[in-house]
Write a protein that binds this ligand. Structure first.
Ligand SMILES: Cc1cc2nc3c(=O)[nH]c(=O)nc-3n(C[C@H](O)[C@H](O)[C@H](O)COP(=O)(O)O)c2cc1C
Length: 356
């Protein structure tokens, strides 16, 4: 059941008009919130370097569902991070695992040790045995699916919920927009498992829209980067606050043999660094010095390093400032609770207005 105090804390557009809207919103979010064990069906999408103990616990404490990003973590670091997050919140939170992480099965074992309730699996087809290994830990498994056929396959394989993420999102992206994915996929799969829609969500009206289309909830990343509780460097936050939607552009693939997954980030000098990195890795492929899987892993390591340079060191010129197109709607640094309350107020008002 949604905690109404979260909604009432909100500077509502017109409180007298939103009571019915709040109830409608609570009803539409009930399935997703129950699945997550949270008050509201809003996931804070895992963001490498950003989604650590402080932001994750703040999102869960504010009624949402925080997710630790462990794409750039060793099993030992994840072990420490889960324990530290538990010290900051007694609310449920999840762990994001990347399918191509070389220590995937050790990371799953760390989640099992801490009895993590929800694992979010991102980054392409789950390797053999990984779905079973995660489910054996007792965790609910949420997987990303960028296409309907894969979603159906994942549901058959036993995943408990799906995230469908469009190309408006920050970080690694697929080729299709959120609005098209939602139209194509929700009518086919939303009854079978809870589906969370992600990519380009900056206001509650959009959340109301996806809930009306059958989504169980939503996942946002970009909007949480500038939360007061986020440890992102002040330069990283400033870049977000200054940027508009058109500044968040997808990286370009320069070599047809090296199928790199596009990454959406604010445009800066780092695009040239990425071009140089692709040339270097393509050269290694040519010379037979690396296999394709290793080449792709090198590219992923590059991204993790470039993101760290921007998020932690504050080098927003040469590092990667991963951001989604909703970055233009990030106007200030503010506590997570305000961000969630604002989104809920907008969603309630939209549902109220639609019912009128
Ligand atoms: C800075 C940044 C880093 C991200 N890192 C990851 C990651 O490590 N793993 C992952 O599954 N998704 C990652 N994402 C995607 C988010 O989890 C989320 O799905 C996405 O931000 C939602 O779209 P939005 O940015 O339009 O809100 C990242 C996004 C951003 C902006």
């Amino acid at each position: 059941m949604t905690d109404m105090s979260v909604l009432q804390a909100t500077p509502s557009p017109d409180p007298s008009r939103t009571a019915g809207g709040e109830q409608r919103l609570a009803r539409r979010m009930a399935r997703g919130a129950e699945f997550l064990g949270s008050q509201v069906a809003i996931l804070g999408g895992a963001m490498s370097w950003v989604s650590e103990r402080h932001l994750v616990s703040a999102i869960s404490n504010a009624g949402g569902f925080g997710v630790i990003a462990c794409g750039a973590m060793t099993p030992a670091l994840l072990d420490t991070e889960i324990a530290a997050t538990k010290a900051l919140t007694d609310k449920p939170f999840g762990v994001n695992l990347i399918t191509m992480h070389p220590d995937l099965f050790e990371l799953i074992a760390v989640c099992a040790k801490h009895k993590v309730g929800h694992v979010v699996l991102a980054g392409g087809l789950p390797p053999k045995g990984s779905i079973e290994a995660i489910k054996e830990t007792g965790a609910k498994l949420i997987a990303f699916s960028p296409a309907l056929a894969l979603a159906k396959k994942l549901i058959r394989s036993g995943v408990d919920a799906l995230v469908i993420e469009g190309m408006e999102a920050g970080g690694h992206i697929g080729p299709v927009s959120t609005s098209v994915l939602a139209q194509e996929m929700l009518p086919e799969i939303a009854e079978q498992v809870p589906v969370f829609v992600a990519g380009g969500i900056g206001r509650g009206e959009a959340i109301a829209g996806y809930l009306d289309m059958g989504a169980a909830g939503v996942q946002l990343g970009t909007l949480f980067v500038c939360a007061t509780e986020s440890i992102a460097h002040a330069n990283f936050k400033k870049a977000f606050i200054r940027a508009s939607a058109r500044d968040a552009i997808a990286s370009v693939q320069i070599d047809a043999r090296l199928p790199v997954i596009p990454v959406r980030a604010l445009k800066n000098a780092s695009s040239e660094l990425f071009t140089a990195k692709q040339r270097e890795v393509a050269g290694h492929l040519d010379e037979g010095r690396v296999e394709m899987a290793e080449a792709q892993l090198q590219i992923e390591h590059y991204w993790a390093g470039a993101l760290r340079r921007a998020v932690i060191d504050g080098d927003v010129e040469h590092g990667s400032v991963m951001a989604g197109q909703s970055v233009g709607m990030v106007k200030r640094e503010e506590p997570v609770a305000n961000i969630i309350a604002g989104l809920m107020a907008q969603a309630s008002a939209a549902l109220e207005a639609r019912a009128a």
